[in-house]
Ligand binder design. Structure first.
Ligand code: B12
Ligand code: SF4
Length: 443
């Protein structure tokens, strides 16, 4: 079969990110199939490019990776869906072959997105086993789609879904992504590589969709193999930074420490960052991360009020955030905390207290967002209901952000605008831009 893998993600804010998930699926594709990667990220005319390629190559299956539903700055949150709808129209105009959807964005609302986009199939969550199963069925004269795990498909006018069959994948048995086929601009313009050390998160934070994508059980890769891959990808001359894409790097903490030890043993000098959860961040991990070359971390701190953290089921208190912040400072690691205000049940008093807390914490960087439910991208009614509350909270944040040059509020453009980011990239800054906020004037 000829299979076109389409990476539909065009988001370049704050950075363009390599389609590592799609590369993993491609690596799992049996070798007798012909494959091509069509990446829409940097295309000026993505839909004409897609139409031309479909006409010229005529694939038998179009496998589309949908990484994001929301936008980076949460404005115009239906913009991605609008683009995906136009993309589907283009595909249907130029091909009558089946379309398969997958990826993190698809997996947060698989049924609704399959319905909305009118695709034939979708695979929710990790697809390295399900995708070859689907191909095997499509090659048979009479495919039995019930044999494909995690598959969403159409039958008798309805959307059907198959459950997972068997355990989640064993990480060390998965084929490595082939990054050599990627557009050079991911590296020459952004300088960032991506690496996964494990899948799954055992916590159950109230709003979180990550376990839907990766599962709740942590599945670790061998730390030595992780460090080998790190050194290999970091050796590419344009790579200045590695981002560890795990939902949470430090859960379990012993695995994170072992990855650091392996990087130290290999003398790593390439800076890296990851997501850290304050629940399990101690002095030893901070020291090991610093020795292993980490530049800092992104922490999902979420709120400065214990009762909000409790209702979000975050599993930590404000005190843990303080301790994590202090350890970052002690070991020279930059801490970038994200805070989500206006979650269900939150009052303006909670909002004020969180803003007070951020001032007191004084992190290297703070990213402030007002809660957006994924469903708002598909349901205009829900989006309209929440509109006024969000406006009020952003009004308060805008007031309080004045004079804080390391507070970033993407939705209202505080320390976050495309022109400024392009200028910083042209000036040669590589890796996540929040690392350079100490060089920026207050906006
Ligand atoms: C790491 C990460 C980041 C990092 C990325 C750094 C980097 N260098 O890559 C940073 C912080 C920059 C980031 C930014 C953003 N992110 Co982010 N990010 C993640 C995270 C934690 C992991 C993504 C990842 O790389 N996973 C590893 C790969 C291997 O897994 P995967 O992509 O899911 O692929 C597997 C499956 O999905 C499937 N699959 C993938 N593609 C395909 C294609 C086909 C055809 C099939 C069948 C299957 C398939 O198989 C793959 C292998 O098992 C996810 C949450 C999560 N736990 O998944 C959010 C996530 C992808 N991000 C999300 C979003 C929204 C964003 C932002 C728009 C910011 C924001 N508003 O939150 C920006 C956009 C950036 C951009 N340019 O696109 C959402 C997307 C869904 C949604 N709600 O819209 C997620 C799911 C988190 C969430 N909020 O629910 N992100
Ligand atoms: S710790 Fe992070 S990934 Fe895990 S459930 Fe909570 S928000 Fe989600």
């Amino acid at each position: 079969m000829k299979i076109a893998f389409v990476s539909a993600n065009r988001e370049t804010m704050p950075d363009a990110v390599i389609p590592i998930g799609l590369l993993y699926v491609m690596a799992a594709c049996p070798k007798h199939h012909e494959t091509e990667l069509w990446d829409l990220c940097f295309e000026d005319e993505p839909l004409s490019m897609l139409g031309q390629r479909l006409d010229a190559w005529q694939p038998d299956l179009i496998a589309v990776g949908l990484r994001n539903i929301q936008n980076m700055d949460y404005t115009g949150i239906d913009a991605n869906m609008e683009f995906y709808r136009a993309m589907m129209r283009t595909i249907r105009k130029h091909s009558d072959k089946p379309v398969l959807l997958g990826g993190g964005g698809f997996s947060v609302m698989p049924e609704r997105i399959l319905e909305d986009l009118g695709a034939d199939f979708g695979i929710s969550g990790e697809a390295e086993r399900a995708f070859p199963q689907l191909l095997a069925e499509l090659e048979r004269p009479e495919p039995d789609l019930m044999r494909v795990e995690s598959l969403f498909y159409r039958a008798d006018g309805n959307i059907r879904m198959n459950g997972r069959m068997g355990d989640f994948l064993v990480m060390d048995e998965i084929a490595s992504p082939d990054r050599s086929i990627l557009d050079e601009r991911y590296y020459s313009e952004y300088g960032i590589e991506s690496l996964q050390t494990k899948r799954g998160c055992p916590l159950k934070c109230d709003y979180c969709t990550y376990p839907k994508i990766e599962g709740a059980r942590g599945r670790m890769r061998d730390p030595g193999l992780v460090a080998d891959e790190f050194m290999e990808i970091a050796a590419r001359p344009e790579v200045d930074h590695v981002f560890i894409v795990d939902s949470v790097f430090n859960l379990p903490i012993r695995h994170a420490k072992e990855v650091c030890r392996q990087l130290i043993a290999r003398g790593n000098a390439t800076p890296w960052t990851c997501y850290i959860n304050p629940t399990a961040f101690d002095e030893e991990l901070a020291r090991l991360m610093a020795e292993a070359g980490a530049a800092g971390s992104e922490l999902g701190s979420d709120s400065g009020c214990d009762e909000v953290l409790l209702s979000l089921r975050k599993g930590f208190t404000v005190e843990k955030i303080r301790k994590s912040g202090a350890l970052h400072k002690q070991f020279g690691l930059k801490d970038c905390h994200s805070f989500i205000l206006g979650t269900t049940g939150e009052t303006m008093d909670h909002v004020e207290r969180t803003l007070d807390f951020i001032e007191e914490l004084d992190p290297f960087a703070a990213i402030l967002l007002v809660w957006v439910d994924d469903i708002e991208a598909l349901d205009a009614g829900v989006a309209a209901e929440r509109f006024q509350l969000k406006e009020d909270i952003y009004g308060r944040i805008a007031e309080r952000a004045k004079g804080h040059s390391r507070w970033v509020v993407p939705t209202i453009g505080v320390q976050f605008n495309e022109r400024q980011f392009r200028a910083l990239r042209r000036a040669g800054l590589r890796g996540p831009l929040w690392q350079y906020l100490d060089m920026a004037p207050a906006t």
